[in-house]
Design a protein around this ligand. Structure first.
Ligand code: ADP
Ligand code: MG
Length: 679
């Protein structure tokens, strides 16, 4: 198998140079990769229904013998019609094909076929238009459907996969040792590959899938463990380990128990024998910033520098404002480094950081630019980490000698998934909100009630509050939905004389800052924005949010958005406007309306939309999962995790029989550039 990853896809029978490019596009530059390009779905030919029992109007597979036709006629306009009738011993179905001159040669009278199409009824007779069909004797069981791309159909991919399967050696080596396979009831790799691409029935598919999912989880987990243990280097920045009481006194509020625990865990890590490597997971508003600030304070008091990296300019600026206000009176020197600075300002900040005149550098990914160097970077914090990749985190860490790492995430993900996605980190959970928060009231209305929602906003504006109006970023004409410009015009018309700012991702950083600043200072009363405000922005006076086209967002994203309000002492309301009457969508939104628990919402999202959203590369920079993401099974994940721990910590992984598993692990992380460590 390993060597097939060295065979260029162009060398495969029937592929050639030109098509090879298309295969690369699908993520299969080699024959080995092609074998790992799993079907995204299957057409089930295994259980044809009697014609009379197939559901009308839905796609179904029926079986029938050709009793009439096929016969060709020309309709008006030259359209070629081919008709035939098939009989299953009870009922007849009339088949019609359009403009396909091969059908009459393919369908043979007296032979039995399986037909797959939408069954309709006309004049008391069953009918199917343009069904797909196969001879019963050659029925494929489950027919794989592959990811396709322009110029390369699923069928063509299937043909190439079949050619690739022929190249698998007769008694190929398995990447998983036999003992491990037996322990976990996993089939051989050869069988799994063969059957995932050519399952004869659901059972074979389940067996193949189980093996491949397990392997994928195992490899991912092993890779993360290796990254983690690779960081078990010496701690060159040893803190005293004392809880920072003096810091707590700087705060205008009392830390919650959860915050105190997270700070204590961090402080203990920083005093340990190897550097801290910790994730702080907390729902929106749980007060992650204070935890970060406490550890920055510890770093500065220990004589090292700290860096805080945020995913957007807005968020970096906001952190800078609140943290410098808090920490500068205590003697910490803070600096903001973002892409928005002039070159001259940039150079000045860089020089100060390099000279050690800055204790806490706050910024966007500008912080990881090559020109930035620190005198002694001891602590690296990344906020809203799902926006950064594993590699960006690593790049910042490289600017110091084994600095401590703290990652803050506001995506409450179920514990098992957290272990999966952040297997390389220790985890602190902020499971307690600061006291006195008023829950946000959530409403769900149709667009016809928009004016009433606006009326409510007007009332709250009069009380002195501010509001977010969220609209998807759509350019003119893209869909039937309103574009941001149209929406802005609508809002300006509905709120004459009210100062309004607009914020979207395509604006220049300086423009964004200006808009956000105006809103934060209360000069603008309404902020018309896309989801760029989703991340971390904090304006306590904003107490109302309207989310247009709420059906377009995942629950976790809505939760993030809603987390922007209810941050001050004011009663807050979130109004979802959904232009959609699909029952599933409404159910989803109703569920969202009924709870404010981020973990419950994440669980629901997981059930409704699958783990893709948690595992998507975009979220956390992990290598994309090829099969596990689609066929996620929590029990299997737990089993693979346990197995990974055993194999890894017993040292078994270093043995000869694990050689190819080690190689696969390395390959997975190399591809995404996800590791800075020699695996
Ligand atoms: P998030 O976890 O979403 O990043 P923040 O750190 O932005 O949350 O905190 C949300 C708000 O709660 C901020 O205005 C912050 O000042 C306030 N806050 C944080 N901790 C406490 C606390 N223990 N008591 C009261 N208010 C707090
Ligand atoms: Mg935050």
């Amino acid at each position: 198998m390993a060597s097939l990853f060295e065979v260029d896809i162009a060398k495969l029978r029937g592929v050639g140079e030109k098509r090879a490019k298309l295969f690369c596009k699908l993520g299969a530059p080699t024959v080995g990769d092609l074998l790992r390009l799993y079907p995204r779905d299957y057409v089930d030919w295994t259980s044809p229904l009697p014609i009379g029992e197939a559901p009308l109007g839905e796609t179904a597979v029926v079986r029938g013998e050709i009793t009439e036709g096929p016969s060709e006629t020309r309709a008006r306009g030259g359209l070629l019609l081919c008709r035939a009738t098939a009989w299953d011993g009870e009922d007849e179905v009339r088949l019609t094909f359009f403009n396909n001159r091969f059908i009459s040669q393919m369908l043979r009278p007296g032979e039995t076929y399986l037909f797959r199409g939408k069954l309709t009824q006309s004049g008391g007779r069953w009918a199917m238009a343009s069904p797909a069909f196969v001879a019963q004797a050659k029925a494929p069981g489950l027919e794989p459907v592959y990811p396709a791309t322009q110029g390369l159909s699923s069928r063509q991919v299937a043909a190439a996969v079949q050619a690739a399967l022929k190249l698998l050696p007769e008694n190929m080596r398995d990447s998983l040792p036999q003992a491990l396979r037996e322990k976990h009831a996993l089939c051989h790799l050869g069988y799994a590959l063969e059957r995932i691409h050519r399952p004869r029935d659901q059972e074979e598919l389940a067996v193949a899938r189980r093996r491949l999912v397990f392997e994928e989880f195992l490899i991912l987990q092993l890779g993360l463990m290796q990254i983690k243990s690779g960081r078990k280097e010496e701690n060159l920045h040893r803190a005293s380990g004392q809880y920072p009481e003096d810091f707590a006194r700087l705060l205008p509020f009392r830390l919650t128990g959860a915050q105190q625990r997270a700070i204590a865990e961090g402080v203990k890590d920083m005093a340990g024998s190897s550097p801290m490597n910790r994730l702080v997971q907390g729902d929106v508003g749980s007060g992650k910033t204070a935890v970060a600030a406490a550890l920055c304070w510890v770093a500065a008091k220990s004589g090292w520098q700290a860096a805080l990296m945020a995913p957007t300019e807005i968020l970096a600026a906001q952190h800078y404002q609140s943290l410098s206000a808090l920490l500068e009176p205590a003697g910490l020197r803070c600096a903001l480094l973002t892409g928005g600075l002039t070159p001259k300002e940039h150079r000045a900040v860089q020089a100060a950081i390099a000279a050690g005149e800055v204790d806490l550098a706050i910024g966007t990914h500008a912080l990881i630019s090559q020109k930035v160097s620190f005198r002694d970077l001891g602590l690296v914090i990344t906020d809203e980490q799902h926006r950064f990749g594993v590699n960006q985190r690593a790049a910042l860490a490289q600017k110091g000698a084994s600095p401590h790492l703290l990652v803050m995430s506001a995506t409450p993900i179920p514990r098992t998934l957290a272990l999966m996605a952040y297997g390389d980190l220790d985890i602190s959970v902020l499971d307690e909100l600061p006291p006195g928060r008023q829950p946000v009231e959530t409403y769900l209305i149709g667009p016809d009630k928009r004016e009433r929602a606006f009326q409510y906003v007007r009332k709250r504006l009069e009380e002195g509050r501010q509001a977010y109006l969220i609209c998807p970023l759509i350019t003119e004409g893209e869909t039937a939905m309103m574009s941001l410009d149209q929406y802005e015009a609508l809002v300006r018309g509905a709120f004459p004389g009210v100062p309004i700012e607009v914020l979207h991702g395509k604006m220049k950083p300086a423009q964004k800052d200006r808009a956000m600043e105006a809103f934060a200072q209360g000069e603008a009363r309404l902020l018309v924005a896309t989801t760029v405000v989703e991340v971390g922005v904090d304006v306590p006076n904003a107490a109302v949010m309207i989310i247009e086209n709420a059906e377009r967002y995942g629950l976790s994203q809505l939760h993030q958005l809603r987390g922007r309000i209810g941050r001050g002492e004011h009663k807050s309301a979130c109004i979802l406007i959904a232009d959609n009457d699909s029952p599933e969508t409404l159910e989803r939104l109703r569920l969202f309306k009924s709870t404010s628990d981020g973990f419950a919402i994440a669980d629901a999202d997981l059930k409704l939309r699958g783990p893709g959203d948690f595992f998507g590369q975009r979220q956390h920079g992990l290598p994309p999962l090829k099969i596990a993401g689609m066929w996620m099974d929590m029990d299997l994940l737990r089993e693979a995790q346990k197995c990974a721990r055993r194999v890894f910590y017993s040292g078994a992984l270093e043995g000869e029989e694990y050689r190819s598993l080690r190689a696969e692990t390395r390959r997975l992380f190399e591809k995404t550039g996800g590791t800075r460590l020699a695996l």
